[in-house]
Unconditional design. Structure first.
Length: 289
């Protein structure tokens, strides 16, 4: 048997490959639980045992058309709840007794019922699956033949990799060499339902566009601006110099005229002072002086 522990309780799966179903040795799997995680001991037995404890499990049957031995080996991934159950003598597309492995998930206690899946004629090696969005699947070896005992041993990892043994497989004309088959997801683990998309965030008015940065002028334009400024300053200084020179020239000319006028006045005053007492010749000399 195998157990499933979800962190709160235990679910026990027990295979009974010789359990008669619709035919002798069809096989069945019994589920017990959930068992309390705090219990240290708890006894259970098959429902057909008259001395069984009050805790009895539901039964999942397989291999209705023959002695498939459903429940011969069980492998469980406790995280996902997926289980592999083999029926190594079951009829499959590879042969009448080639063997088959069924993939099931979540074994609710007292609710496992036989399946009526007729995908491989009327002999099925699976149990009913009550969970939505999860479909039971059957596995068989691509090179399996009659009496290969496909599924006599099983292994299942949490990454979805299954290892299935077929110890009686013939290889290279040698009998019972054995074969190991590897199966990986997504064949084993069904795709999970994608989570719903989160609601869209409220739309706010977009911020105003930022102003583009002002790029500095090219170096040639900078030198042209400097040269133009210097030339303008020199032109202003030249105009100012010309105006100052013109004003100074006019000022000098006005001073000479004033000076000559004052000299004539002094001469006239001298003539008045000497007038009457001097003769014309002397006056002329004074004037000449």
């Amino acid at each position: 048997g195998r157990t499933i522990n979800d962190g709160e309780a235990l679910l026990l799966l027990i295979g009974a490959p010789g359990e008669p179903t619709e035919s002798s040795g069809g096989g069945a799997v019994f589920s017990f639980g959930p068992l309390s995680a705090v219990d240290t001991t708890q006894h259970a037995a098959l429902a057909s045992d008259p001395w069984a404890a009050s805790l009895t499990g539901g039964r999942g049957e397989g291999s209705r058309g023959g002695a498939g031995g459903f429940g011969q080996a069980i492998a469980i991934d406790a995280v996902s709840g997926i289980a592999l159950v083999s029926a190594p003598r079951a009829f499959s597309v590879q042969g009448s007794t080639a063997g088959m492995v069924s993939i099931v998930r979540e074994w609710p206690a007292d609710e496992c019922v036989p399946t009526d899946d007729g995908a491989c004629t009327n002999r099925s090696a699976a149990v009913a699956q009550l969970m939505p969005h999860v479909v039971n699947r059957d596995l068989w070896g691509e090179t399996s033949e009659n009496n290969d005992c496909f599924g006599c041993s099983l292994g299942l990892s949490s990454e979805g990799i299954a290892v299935i043994g077929a110890p009686q497989h013939d290889h290279l004309m040698k009998a019972d060499c054995g074969m190991v088959y590897l199966f990986s997801s997504p064949l084993l683990f069904p795709p999970s339902i994608p989570p719903s998309a989160p609601p869209p965030s409220p739309t706010w008015p977009p911020p105003p566009p930022s102003l583009p940065p002002i790029s500095p002028p090219p170096q040639d334009e900078t030198w042209a601006i400097i040269a133009g400024s210097v030339a303008g300053a020199l032109a202003v200084l030249l105009v100012l110099a010309l105006m100052v020179g013109l004003l100074m020239t006019r000022a000098r000319g006005g001073g000479r005229r004033v000076s000559g006028s004052a000299s004539g006045t002094r001469k006239e005053s001298a003539l008045v002072a000497w007038g009457g007492g001097l003769e014309g010749a002397e006056a002329g000399e004074v004037l000449q002086e």
